[in-house]
Design a binder for this molecule. Structure first.
Ligand SMILES: Cc1cc2nc3c(=O)[nH]c(=O)nc-3n(C[C@H](O)[C@H](O)[C@H](O)COP(=O)(O)O)c2cc1C
Length: 403
């Protein structure tokens, strides 16, 4: 997967710089071409000679060393890379990148590159949890930078907590995943994705909702965007930041969600309905807060409009993908829903299973298609699940000659 891939490894000044040496060796063994930039601080931890010997390339560390009059080194490096990896990424470099500072070879190249950048932070747990560092990482996520999450455990500084550099093997896996070929059918397609819960008002302070976090829909939106789709994310109230480059329509109730989806349905090529839309809402709502009263308060509930059903009825050439979150007889109910609602693909998940469902960072799904393909995937991160779901959609398009 990594043969002849051009990887620019940016090494910053932290104890974990030694792991970057092990990573360089692994990348070279995988056939990648690796070039390295080091900060001044990084050279306090590991010598450039180590990286030079492991990569068989000169190490770059000074912006104004320009031995080749035909080019400018940092622009050349920035343009050369297929992918850039910052490992370890210090709090300092994360802060500089989030704020557009380019005061050395490494940060200057980072601002100049158009290549995808993966950031693998490593630092003391208190540095990691510092509001400024968290905010900078948040900004970078919004800018579209990818993160290789730090691990938790014993840190070299003596503290225990989050901040360990991801293991070189894990970083390698992330890069391999990056280069994993996709089928390519989503490029330029208009994809509408719904995510999160809805809130059904009772009075100005109370509402009915559910446990959906929106993580699955947001991961799908990010993954579809990365495949070149034009993504519109219709989102219920969640605490997630919208993925970079994705247009978001925020909604609150099932009725809002219905109206937003119907507005955009006609122009859509693909609709993925991952939102957990309320099936019922209070029949009566109150403009003023309902005061405490003695005795029981019974609230009569009425059905909301079934969005997926309506889309299935009105569907023309759109590919319609639904989710079936079930807690029993998952496959049976999913197949029934696929047929009843006129879907192309249904993603079934057992919300009662460990590591699956609403708030979890992972999911276990079975993909069932209208043309009778069924594939069960193991427990995977929601990013990986999204990758597989989008592959399944592209395969479905290919099998059914949908352009
Ligand atoms: C022994 C030692 C270990 C350090 N480890 C880290 C670290 O793991 N992460 C980090 O963000 N900073 C660490 N620092 C602080 C950075 O080296 C310092 O902030 C430096 O300015 C970073 O420069 P750079 O970001 O240009 O590489 C460490 C400093 C020392 C002395």
């Amino acid at each position: 997967m990594l043969t002849n891939k051009k990887i620019l490894l940016c090494v910053c000044g932290g104890i974990a710089a030694f792991k970057a040496a092990a990573l360089t060796s692994k990348l070279v063994q995988e056939g990648a071409s690796v070039k390295i930039i080091m900060t001044e601080s990084a050279k306090e931890f590991v010598t450039p000679l180590t990286f030079q010997a492991l990569s068989r390339q000169p190490v770059y560390d000074y912006t104004f060393y320009e031995p080749n009059p035909e080019n400018i080194a940092h622009i050349d490096l920035a343009d050369w890379a297929d992918v850039v990896l910052i490992a370890p990424a210090t709090a300092n470099v994360i802060g500089k990148l989030a704020n557009g500072i380019a005061d050395d070879m490494l940060t200057t190249t980072l601002l100049a590159t158009k290549a995808p950048v993966y950031i693998a932070p490593a630092m003391n747990v208190n540095m990691y949890n510092h509001q400024a560092v968290q905010k900078n990482m948040q900004i970078l996520r919004q800018y579209g930078y990818h993160f290789v999450e730090s691990g938790e455990g014993f840190l070299a500084c003596g503290w225990i907590g989050k901040g360990r550099l991801a293991e070189p093997e894990d970083i390698l896996e992330v890069l391999k995943k990056h280069f994993q070929p996709t089928i390519g059918g989503l490029s330029g397609k208009r994809v509408v994705i719904t995510a999160g819960p809805t809130q059904e008002k009772i009075d100005p302070v109370r509402y009915f909702t559910n446990h959906s976090s929106g993580k699955m829909g947001y991961a799908l939106a990010k993954a579809a965007k990365e495949r070149g789709a034009n993504v519109l994310l219709i989102s219920g109230p969640v605490t997630l930041s919208p993925p970079y480059g994705v247009e978001v329509v925020p909604v609150t109730s099932a009725k809002d969600m219905y109206e937003a989806v119907m507005t955009h349905f006609e122009q859509a090529d693909i609709v993925i309905k991952s939102a957990a839309v309320a099936d019922y809402r209070p029949k009566e709502t109150f403009e003023q807060k309902r005061k405490k009263q003695p005795g029981v308060w019974s609230i009569e509930m009425e059905r909301t409009t079934d969005i997926l059903q309506t889309l299935g009825e009105q569907k023309d050439a759109q590919i319609l993908v639904g989710f079936a979150a079930e807690s029993e007889q998952v496959e049976f109910y999913a197949k029934d829903k696929l047929k009843r609602k006129n879907l192309d693909i249904i993603i079934a998940n057992d919300i009662s299973a460990e590591g699956a469902g609403f708030k979890s960072d992972t999911n276990i799904v079975t993909v069932i298609t209208r043309d009778h393909r069924k594939k069960t995937y193991p427990q995977l991160s929601k990013d990986e699940v999204s990758f597989n779901i989008l592959n399944e959609i592209e395969l479905y398009m290919e099998r059914n000659a949908i352009k």
